[in-house]
Design a protein around this ligand. Structure first.
Ligand SMILES: Cc1ncc(COP(=O)(O)O)c(C=O)c1O
Length: 387
């Protein structure tokens, strides 16, 4: 019998510390099944099996607009929000509309690997500046911008995951966000804020979003149900100035495609409107917080000295810096021989060698006992490599 196929390249029997998606026990399967059954019987069934509105399911739009105005005082109207096929679909759409091959985009170093992949698909020049514990280092970005200007290049946008960044788990401070907004005005680039981890927070409040701080000007803010409901639904949202939303809604892709995933958007709308989402998010925070605590305790107990790792206050990821004597390729080979898989730091940099002494651990997928065991084995391997 063939082993059960697992999504996202997970090898049966391994400890996939690389997997950045929710485990099955964190998906609200029964509740979604109930909502879907009720939907089939209800009046909306004829609508949700047809092409939808280009802007997306109107009930979901209204729900999200009300939520952001209540919880973040964003002051948006329904003209500022559209439904997209996950944050990834939204980023692809934005990149397609805002750039041409050869244009420059700015990113953090390290940055979300799949965003780099999209920018490469669109043949963009990707320019990165480093981050520290407070996010993007402003002096480095300013220097890069001056160099680009001297070369006659104007970046189209800065892509950032400001909260619990993938891969580092770092949240950008309010001061840094304000400084980036100042630079965006001076050098004329937009800000694409990919905020998929916003709701997975374990501690206090987050700094205001770029969208809020910039008064909505030149900021496109992506969000998603992938981390707080289920990634297979492929549903997210984009908040942006009304003229940009109008431009995207009028695109050929959405006109012919009949909006983003009308069927699942209708199910998600019913789920959210039932009040179930807020309760589920609250429950998820506790679950992920517990896993984060297990991972940090295992790191504290088993890693040799000379390593540094982040202590995220939310999201899915911990970012480890290895000693200079340990190359991530070498560690990866040894870990895989013990059935442990992590995300090599190399994938998160424009220049992969910049990540040669880093790795990302995810605590979203692996059960607590395996999380602990996997980290302990990694600690033992690194200790032997540094002895
Ligand atoms: C920063 C970031 N953006 C986007 C995504 C994917 O979001 P979606 O499933 O909505 O496309 C992820 C998932 O790993 C992510 O880490």
């Amino acid at each position: 019998m063939k082993p059960e196929a697992t999504p996202q390249g997970i090898i049966a029997g391994s400890i996939p510390l690389f997997a950045g998606h929710p485990s099955r026990d964190l998906l609200p399967i029964d509740e979604l099944r109930r909502i879907m059954s009720a939907g089939w019987a209800g009046r909306r069934v004829g609508r949700f099996l047809n092409y939808g509105d280009e802007q997306g399911d109107s009930q979901l739009i209204d729900f999200l607009v009300e939520r952001f105005n209540r919880s973040e005082m964003l002051g948006i109207s329904r003209d500022n929000l559209m439904i997209i096929g996950g944050s990834t679909g939204g980023l692809g759409m934005i990149t397609q509309h805002l750039t041409r091959p050869g244009d420059v985009v700015l990113v953090d170093a390290p940055s979300y690997r799949d965003a780099l992949h999209i920018f490469r698909d669109y043949r963009l020049e990707i320019c990165s500046a480093p981050i520290d514990d407070e996010g993007l280092v402003i002096s480095d970005l300013a220097r890069k911008l001056r160099q680009l200007a001297a070369a006659g290049k104007a970046p189209r946008f800065y892509y950032v995951a400001p909260n619990f960044q993938n891969p580092s788990g770092i949240t950008m401070s309010r001061e840094r966000r304000l400084a980036v907004i100042d630079l965006s005005r001076e050098f004329g680039f937009a800000i694409v804020e990919d905020d998929v981890y916003n709701d997975i927070r374990f501690g206090g409040a987050l700094p205001p979003s770029f969208y809020h701080l910039a008064g909505g000007e030149h900021v496109l803010r992506l969000g998603s149900f992938s981390k707080t409901l289920a990634p297979g639904l492929r549903i997210g949202w984009l908040v942006a100035p009304a003229d940009w939303i109008a431009r995207f809604v009028d695109s050929g892709m959405l006109r012919m495609g009949g909006g983003a995933n009308p069927f699942t958007a209708a199910v998600v709308a019913d789920y959210c409107r039932s009040g179930a989402w807020e309760g589920h998010v609250e429950w998820l925070r506790g679950q992920y917080r517990r896993r984060r605590d297990v991972a940090l305790a295992a790191l504290d107990a088993s890693m040799p000295s000379g390593l540094h790792w982040t202590r995220p206050e939310g999201g899915y990821f911990i970012w480890l810096r290895l000693p200079p004597s340990v190359h991530v390729d070498d560690l990866e080979g040894r870990a895989q021989a013990r059935n442990i898989y992590f995300a090599s730091g190399k994938g998160f940099y424009v220049n992969p060698e910049a990540g040669a002494h880093h790795l990302r651990l995810s605590f979203s997928y692996v059960p607590q006992a395996e999380l602990q065991a996997g980290i302990e084995i990694l600690g033992g391997l690194i200790a032997r490599m540094t002895a």
